[in-house]
Structure formats: structure tokens, C-alpha cells
Design a protein around this ligand. Structure first.
Ligand SMILES: [Zn+2]
Length: 257
């Protein structure tokens, strides 16, 4: 090997090809890009024809009470994805959510907001080194939700809402359904109120909306409060994911990150 660089090209290229084929499987493979599942609600039956699901993530951080206040005032239900980290840091907010079981269901956003991609990253967040790290994330979130006194969770949304094949398999094996989305209302709580309201005005029957309730300084609460009355006037029926007729995969979301 030490004299490989001095070989004629006609000899060197076939030799390099043979060496590449002899390397262990996957040793040089680029990591698979995480998959961001997009889903819509099943609106095929008349009873569910106007269904829309609002999903709110609490990744970490604090409590955007104005989001919840607006939903309580307008009687709009939502599915709320919380991490163990958020539950531990926000016990008062947790009690406020649990005080409205008719409106809010609490679902699993993991333990420490580590994405479900082995050895990869999503939006700069590093995934675990092995699949055991994903299992720890899913089970840690589930245990925290039970400890908080909520119903056992059945839906899982990983940090960054993207997954690799190992992550998807692990989540399914643990009995969870992955919650995707079709309309991103706040780009991770980075948009101003007017932009959030404009995104929400695009809602169509069957949309699963993703937004956040952990960054009170963002425009999310004001945007949601501004847009919801018009959406209610358009006769959309907001449902929790558990109330929907089902979810179906779609090829792409209309407004993705
Ligand atoms: Zn998150």
C-alpha cells in the first residue's frame, strides 16, 4: 500500500475499487437523511369532513400561557406534545393543562428533546449514538407523562419531527404512532404574529397544524388568537388526534421547516 501513489492510474483505479468493495458494509456510506413525515387527517366520512388538528409542542423552555388561554376561551382542543424536561420545569403549567381534559391531551415529545436519528442530527440537534438512546428518549417521555398524572400517551413526535429508519422502527416497536403534520404554523416559534396568522389562514380540512407553546416571546400565541375566530367561522372542526378518524401519510406538507 505504501507505494500506491506511484502506481500507474490504470492499475491504481481497479485496486482502489477492490479495496472499497472489501470494506465493511456501510463503513463509508453517508448517513441517511432524516425523514420528516407529513400526514393529514382522514376526512372521508361526513362526520369528519371539516376536521383539523392543532398540535402544540413543548420542547423545553417555559410556558406560553397566552396560547392556552386563547384555546380555553375559544373552546378549541389541541394535542400537546411535551418532553420530560418541559414537564419537570413547568409543574404549574402542567396542572393547567390537566385541568382541561375536555380540550387538551398530552402526548410524548421525548425525554430530553433528542432527535430520533442514530448518529445524525436534525436542525443542529444531535441524535443518540445507538438505538438504545432513542428507546430511552421515548420511554423517558412516557414515564414523565404518567408521573404527571396524565393518561398514557399513544402518539410520539421526536425532536425536530424527523426520523431515520431505526428511529421509526424503535418508536413503532414501543407501541407508538408517529405524529407528523401538514401545516407548519410557526417555524419552531420563530415567526411573528402576522406571519403565524397568515399560515393559519391557509388551513384546509384534514390539516394537522404544528406550532409551539414553550416560547412566550414568540408571535405564536398572538397569531393563533388572531386566526382562530375566522377558522371557527369557516366551520372547521378542531379535534384532538385521538378524536380524528385516523391519519394518512401525504407526500409533502404545504409549509415545512
Ligand atoms: Zn420540539
Amino acid at each position: 500500500m505504501h507505494n500506491l501513489p506511484s502506481m500507474p492510474l490504470a492499475v491504481k483505479l481497479p485496486l482502489l475499487l477492490v479495496l472499497a468493495l472489501l470494506l465493511p458494509c456501510g463503513a463509508q456510506a453517508a448517513p441517511m437523511l432524516p425523514h420528516e413525515p407529513h400526514q393529514r387527517l382522514d376526512t372521508s366520512s361526513p362526520a369528519h369532513a371539516r376536521d383539523v388538528a392543532l398540535t402544540l409542542d413543548a420542547c423545553g423552555g417555559t410556558y406560553d400561557r397566552d396560547v392556552i388561554t386563547a384555546l380555553v376561551r375559544l373552546k378549541v382542543p389541541a394535542t400537546i406534545f411535551v418532553t420530560r424536561r418541559w414537564l419537570d420545569a413547568n409543574p404549574v403549567a402542567t396542572r393547567e393543562l390537566l385541568a382541561h381534559p375536555e380540550l387538551f391531551e398530552i402526548e410524548n415529545h421525548g425525554s430530553a428533546h433528542v432527535p430520533a436519528v442514530v448518529g445524525g442530527s436534525v436542525f443542529g440537534m444531535r441524535g443518540p449514538r445507538d438505538v438504545a438512546g432513542i428507546e430511552k428518549e421515548v420511554l423517558g417521555g412516557a414515564q414523565a407523562i404518567s408521573r404527571a398524572g396524565s393518561q398514557p400517551s399513544t402518539w410520539f413526535r421526536g425532536a425536530g419531527a424527523a426520523y431515520d429508519a431505526q428511529g421509526e422502527q424503535c418508536i413503532a416497536r414501543l407501541g407508538y404512532q408517529i405524529a407528523g403534520f401538514s401545516l407548519n404554523a410557526d417555524d419552531g416559534a420563530t415567526l411573528g404574529a402576522a406571519a403565524v396568522a397568515r399560515r393559519l389562514q391557509r388551513v384546509q380540512p384534514g390539516d394537522i397544524v404544528i406550532a409551539h407553546m414553550n416560547r412566550p416571546a414568540s408571535g405564536t400565541a398572538e397569531g393563533i388568537a388572531a386566526a382562530l375566530p375566522e377558522l371557527l367561522a369557516r366551520n372547521f372542526r378542531f379535534v384532538k388526534l385521538s378524536q380524528a378518524a385516523g391519519v394518512q401519510p401525504v407526500n409533502s406538507g404545504r409549509s415545512t421547516r
